[in-house]
Design a protein around this ligand. Structure first.
Ligand SMILES: [Mn+2]
Length: 387
């Protein structure tokens, strides 16, 4: 059986000030073309279909168009909700579109109930594990501690228990939206840390033939049978080195996996430039980036006049301008953005306590901060307002 694995479409998301709907529509066209051209038997979409719980109308219409085109091809599609989707909103009508071969799995209670598809070698059971927010699903899974690992482990126990009741030789695919240890992050994934822990070990997924992961936006291979497709489009400059792709996965009669990478269309290249404004405007080596989306970091010791206007004369698609003046080592003035880069919300809050009080938080206070962040992340309404 041949699968096409993709995830993290984030329909409705903009890239800085660029509306990406046209590029997202271009990707949907490419997806449909790939399904046709490579004789795909099933499409799997591992969460973050939308960028937000209440997506803009144009994004909903694009999703509707994608479902119609996939249904018209007669190729079954299995989808789950991600941490950016509202599982309940996305799941409306799921029972009905099931009849058209679009299997949308957004209910944690359904983790152990597969979509069964078959080929000449027998059945393949597809288990859709929607994004499991630990605090919200711990009762459903009867786990004591709200963490990603315990709830995913409990969901996988249900998968293995169901699989054990299937005909011998039944092959299995799991869709999950999670941060698995060893995966490489970028700046466009929303932090899902709970209790100080974000990642789950790969071993949680033992016992199935292929694990189609979503959440991390870089295409990557954790093991031969556990992979991230990544997002089809870049959503932050930290992805400037990514090659955006989908996985074309062949499951043979025994459930062995061969995977081939299929590239997604590139609407425009990304580049990160660094130097003084004069250098960036003059350096002939930068000619190759003149048509790219640009993030420029200016190192001038004194901020130049109208830097954006001057930069866009050479690089009309400059989207992000940062300042990181080069000073003598004893001079203060590291930029705010630089100080926040690569830091978690928890670290930033702890530093703030240190800054205003002169002494950092103790263990109990760290716990209070962690619980507060967990509570905000678990609350749909706050998440929506916080955006
Ligand atoms: Mn995502």
């Amino acid at each position: 059986m041949r699968l096409l694995h993709t995830s993290d479409w984030h329909l409705g998301r903009a890239f800085h000030r660029v509306n990406m709907l046209g590029a997202q529509a271009g990707f949907i066209g490419h997806l449909v073309e790939t399904v046709r051209e490579h004789a795909v038997d099933a499409v799997v979409v591992s969460g973050d279909v939308y960028d937000r719980a209440v997506p803009p109308l144009a994004a909903v219409e694009l999703f509707d168009d994608a479902l119609h085109r996939l249904a018209d091809l007669g190729v079954p599609t299995v989808m789950i909700s991600g941490n950016h989707d509202s599982a309940r909103r996305l799941g409306v009508g799921a029972g009905l579109i099931d009849r058209a071969g679009i299997h949308l799995r957004t209910d944690p209670a359904g983790c152990g109930t597969p979509v069964l598809l078959s080929d000449a070698h027998g059945d393949v059971a597809f288990y859709g594990l929607p994004y499991l927010e630990p605090a919200l699903v711990k009762t459903e899974f009867g786990v004591e501690k709200a963490g990603h690992e315990p709830v995913l482990a409990a969901a996988m126990d249900r998968v293995r228990a169901d699989l054990a009741t299937r005909a011998p030789g039944t092959r299995s695919v799991v869709l999950a939206h999670a941060f698995v240890t060893g995966g490489e992050q970028s700046d466009s994934e929303r932090d899902i840390t709970v209790g100080g822990v974000a990642a789950v070990p790969c071993g949680v997924f033992d016992g199935v033939d292929y694990v189609a992961l979503g959440h991390l936006h870089g295409c990557q291979t954790l093991t031969g049978r556990v992979r991230y497709s990544g997002s089809p489009l870049p959503y932050s400059f930290s992805e400037h080195m990514h090659r955006k792709s989908m996985w074309l996965v062949d499951l043979d009669a025994e459930g062995s996996v061969t995977a081939e990478r299929v590239d997604c269309p590139v609407p425009r290249a990304l580049a990160r430039l660094r130097g003084t404004l004069a250098d960036l405007l003059a350096d002939p080596e930068l000619a190759a980036h003149e048509d790219a989306w640009i993030e420029a970091t200016l190192t001038d010791p004194v901020r130049p006049d109208e830097p954006m206007a001057r930069l866009t004369e050479r690089f009309p698609h400059t989207l992000s301008l940062l300042f990181d003046p080069e000073r003598a080592p004893d001079e203060p003035g590291v930029s705010y953005a630089r100080r926040l880069a690569d830091r978690t919300d928890q670290q930033i809050a702890e530093d703030f306590v240190t800054h205003v009080r002169g002494a950092g938080p103790d263990g109990r206070e760290q716990g209070v901060l962690r619980d507060a962040f967990d509570a905000v992340r678990a609350d749909d309404t706050v998440r929506e307002v916080a955006r």
